[in-house]
Design a protein around this ligand. Structure first.
Ligand code: GLC
Length: 549
């Protein structure tokens, strides 16, 4: 395939499923594969092309499946391997590809490799992980785990520490060991044989760590490892591959997503998603969103990757709070602001990702007590901060704003008990607003957020300028308006949105005055003022082209 040839995934829209919370079929309170199969028609109707499913491999669920104890089997909570094969087949029948979540930085401590590795320094699996000799209580260095506490765990029998960037139950794999890499490639090829359509690579920028130098992300051998991984596996199929990389800059992202296909299809980076926190502090240390900075950040990524790489477009995933509560308005203007955020995101260049429930405008949750939360990161932070003397209300304010459980409450299918998610007791509470916000009602309502997403997805398929067009930010310093154009030889789009709950003055340049409205989240003609969260996509056909496929 030539470098400049359009790849199928450039025009695709991906939907992310968090399996525990999507659809339960057997009443145990956990979502499962049979539940997913029963909802494939819903996804087909929405118009998506691929589904990324968070991990369903065997796992003790210390980090909800991101701690894998067997990569080649399905956790009984979700079903069986046969169910998985059926899901792949049934999805395929509807033209939907299944993207598996690959966690290659670490395994569970209950994985056979680690159990073996911990038996002795001369065990053949010992070197699959990262160990340092030492003395109890004297850590090799002061590196911290992302989920709190030291990144080192003492194993008295070996008089050694093992390294874990996440929980103690997620020991880091040693990518320096070629045997580890080979095991991983064989496992990936095995899944490719089963017909999966792609992979999402969890915290992939952390695999080439150098703990002695304090390096976690972007280690010196990272891209060497990735090129080998890609060559040995992905390049043998026409897959979509997406690397999660918190620490990527556009320069680094061009390596991950080089159009020559030597690493991944695209990068999933978070620079635009970490702005509403205090400089140099943690995500829990809340700060207002610097709107102009957000626009400039998105502009930078649009322009720098143009023709040189490929980005994912997202506001939400299973690690982030719900966007409508975060940067829109979860109350009065919930519907308008959810649509506005969708317009801004889907109008840009890249592959859009819709996280389950985002297409309904699902909101953050506010459980009364910390006891109702399940996420390890949230719980560890809560108790650490309590011990450090933080005020309980302040901690809860952070939880309400940023807890990963905001995104993990069960999918709201209907106004039935438990939102139609389960007949049993859900593993995590359902957001009580399911009575007003649910898929069944939204599919019937022509003005719903769901219908709007559906139209947006169809527009992307209909007008190539969404995929190809060059981006130009307008009104960069405006504190309320987010506006940009996208242009190719045939057509020009104008995306113009009021990002706030106040009216905003905005006079469109004359050439846009009689243009075609492709999508608009309010009734009626555009005024010189945009109403709260008003957003529109306009189309002009350029002299040469018709603007249509
Ligand atoms: C990624 C996942 C997150 C998980 C972590 C460790 O960031 O998205 O859910 O906790 O990696 O695997």
């Amino acid at each position: 395939m030539g470098n400049n040839e359009k790849k199928w995934w450039q025009n695709a829209v991906v939907y992310q499923i968090y399996p525990k919370s999507f659809q339960d079929s057997d009443g145990d309170g956990y979502g499962d594969i049979r539940g997913m199969i029963s909802r494939l028609d819903y996804l087909k109707d929405l118009g998506i092309d691929a589904v990324w499913i968070s991990p369903m491999y065997c796992s003790p669920q210390d980090d909800n499946g991101y701690d894998i104890s067997d990569y080649q089997d399905i956790d009984p909570m979700f079903g069986t391997l046969a169910d998985m094969e059926e899901l792949i087949r049934e999805a395929d029948r509807r033209g939907i590809k299944i993207i598996m979540d690959l966690v290659l930085n670490h395994t569970s401590d209950e994985h056979r490799w680690f159990q073996e590795a911990a038996k002795g320094k001369d065990n053949p699996y010992h070197d699959y992980y990262v160990w340092r000799d030492g003395e109890e209580g004297v850590y090799p260095n002061d590196m911290k785990s992302t989920f709190g506490g030291p990144a080192w765990e003492w194993v008295p029998e070996l008089k050694q520490y093992y390294f874990h960037q996440f929980s103690v139950k997620q020991p880091d794999l040693n990518w320096e060991n070629p045997k580890v890499r080979r095991e991983i490639y064989d496992m990936i090829l095995w899944w490719m044989d089963k017909g999966v359509g792609g992979f999402r690579l969890d915290v992939i920028d952390q695999i080439a760590k150098e703990p002695d130098l304090g390096i976690t992300n972007n280690g010196p051998r990272l891209h060497e490892f990735l090129r080998e991984l890609s060559r040995e596996t992905f390049q043998k199929g026409n897959l979509i591959t997406v690397g999660e990389a918190w620490g990527a800059t556009p320069e680094i992202a061009k390596k991950y997503s080089n159009p020559d296909g030597s690493e991944f299809s695209m990068v999933f980076q978070f620079e635009h998603m970490v702005m509403d926190q205090q400089e140099g502090k943690e995500k829990w240390d809340l700060a207002p969103l610097p709107f102009v900075k957000l626009k400039k950040c998105l502009e930078k990524w649009q322009n720098e990757l143009y023709g040189k790489g490929w980005n994912s477009l997202f506001w939400d995933n299973h690690d982030l709070p719900r966007i409508v509560s975060r940067w829109g308005d979860g109350g009065t203007y919930r519907v308008q602001s959810a649509k506005m955020l969708a317009v801004i995101l889907h109008g840009m260049q890249g592959t859009p990702y819709i996280y389950q429930g985002e297409e309904l405008g699902m909101t953050n949750v506010r459980f009364d007590s910390i006891e109702d939360y399940r996420d390890i990161e949230t719980l560890n932070m809560y108790y650490d901060r309590l011990e450090a003397g933080y005020d309980k209300d302040e901690i809860m304010a952070s939880v309400y704003a940023k807890s990963r459980d905001n995104a993990r409450t069960p999918m709201q299918w209907s106004a039935e008990k438990n939102a139609g998610f389960t007949k049993g007791t859900p593993w995590l509470g359902v957001n009580p607003n399911y009575v007003e916000i649910n898929a069944e009602d939204e599919r019937k309502d022509p003005n719903s957020v769901w219908q709007f997403y559906r139209r947006l997805i169809r527009l992307r398929k209909e007008y190539p300028v969404f995929t190809d067009g060059k981006f130009k930010l307008l009104l960069p310093e405006d504190e309320q308006i987010f506006a940009y154009t996208r242009t190719d030889e045939e057509a020009e789009l104008l995306v113009c949105a009021n990002f706030t709950g106040e009216t905003a003055s905005c006079t469109l340049p004359a050439k846009w005055q009689d243009s075609e409205i492709l999508l608009h989240n309010y009734e009626g003609v555009l005024q010189k003022e945009l109403r709260p969260y008003e957003a529109v996509i306009l189309l002009r056909k350029t002299a040469q082209g018709k603007g249509l496929c």
